[in-house]
Design a protein around this ligand. Structure first.
Ligand SMILES: C[S@@+](CC[C@H](N)C(=O)[O-])C[C@H]1O[C@@H](n2cnc3c(N)ncnc32)[C@H](O)[C@@H]1O
Length: 282
């Protein structure tokens, strides 16, 4: 049986400060066990036998690639196909039909999926567009997916998923239509893969993202403190078209953080528009 010694308080504080500075992820007191277990895996992959030894290396070379790896190890990459379904229902029943009318002239829709993890979210979106909106096949549709973690982006770009991953949320007909079996894996077909481009982007670093009609930023704000959430929601208003839509995760809201958004009443989805857009439409 392997036992792990709890991380030293000074090491926890050191790691916490680095993770906060580089990713804004807030590791409150009580997360020592999480830090210990994630960093032990990283320590072993570096040929070290303890988290203490890993942190000692980090202290010696704070500007090294190891620092990036420590931050990456502290990201939570949980995701699944059509996660929480309600935002996808909102896209199908309200948001895309609305944009089909509003963008009829330019025939272009740009979607940004921030914090996209291993790709299930943008690929779900691509399937939804192909299945329900054939008219878009002649439009310019751009799905840009970003994340801070290079490891998840690599997996997302590869588009290869295990059986357990495709069992989570992906209806069987879509699996058979858009994936090919490859041994114990399922490989996403080029027709879908080509619809999504992946890029590294830190939500608290420079924003290298163009204008977007739809922004999905789901299940990431929960990791940040309120001032960081406010800063990110403000930045989104600057990249989102004035009549664009923002979709947040089921436990996330703009309420009491940024009053410049109004909730769009579409099912149980946490969908928002800039308040000014709704006033104009009223
Ligand atoms: C829980 S996953 C959410 C994935 C997907 N949006 C979903 O809802 O299924 C959170 C993702 O946020 C990313 N993340 C955390 N901090 C970030 C930051 N500062 N900038 C960009 N991405 C970040 C993590 O790497 C992780 O992949």
């Amino acid at each position: 049986m392997t036992t792990t010694t709890p991380i030293a308080d000074a090491d926890f504080d050191f790691v916490r400060a680095i993770v906060r500075a580089d990713s804004a992820i807030a590791l409150e007191a009580g997360k020592e066990y999480l830090v210990e277990s994630r960093l032990l895996t990283l320590a072993r992959s570096q040929g070290l036998d303890s988290v203490g030894a890993l942190v000692a290396q980090l202290r010696q070379r704070p500007a090294s690639d190891l620092r990036y790896k420590v931050v990456e190890a502290m990201t939570t990459n949980e995701t699944s196909f059509f996660r929480d379904i309600t935002p996808f229902d909102a896209l199908r029943t309200h948001i895309i039909p609305d944009l089909l009318v509003r963008r009829a002239q330019c025939q272009q829709i740009r979607i940004w999926c921030g914090a996209a993890s291993t790709g299930q979210e943008p690929y779900s979106l691509a399937m939804l567009l192909r299945e329900h909106f054939p008219a878009l096949s002649s439009w310019k549709v751009q799905i840009t997916a970003t994340d801070i973690s290079r490891e998840v982006l690599e997996k997302a770009r590869a588009g290869r998923y295990g059986q357990l991953e495709v069992n989570r949320g992906l209806p069987a007909p879509l699996l058979l239509k858009y994936f090919e079996r490859d041994g114990v894996h399922w490989q996403i077909k080029p027709v879908l893969k080509s619809m999504v481009s992946f890029r590294e982007m830190n939500l608290v670093g420079p924003w290298m993202i163009g204008e977007a009609d739809i922004v999905l930023l789901r299940n990431v704000l929960i990791y940040f403190e309120v001032d960081v959430k406010r800063q990110i929601l403000g930045n989104i208003r600057r990249v989102m078209r004035p009549d664009g839509y923002l979709l947040l995760g089921s436990a996330e809201s703009t309420m009491n953080i940024d009053d410049n958004y109004k909730r769009v009443p579409v099912g149980r989805a946490n969908a928002y528009q800039a308040a000014a857009a709704q006033e104009r439409a009223a």
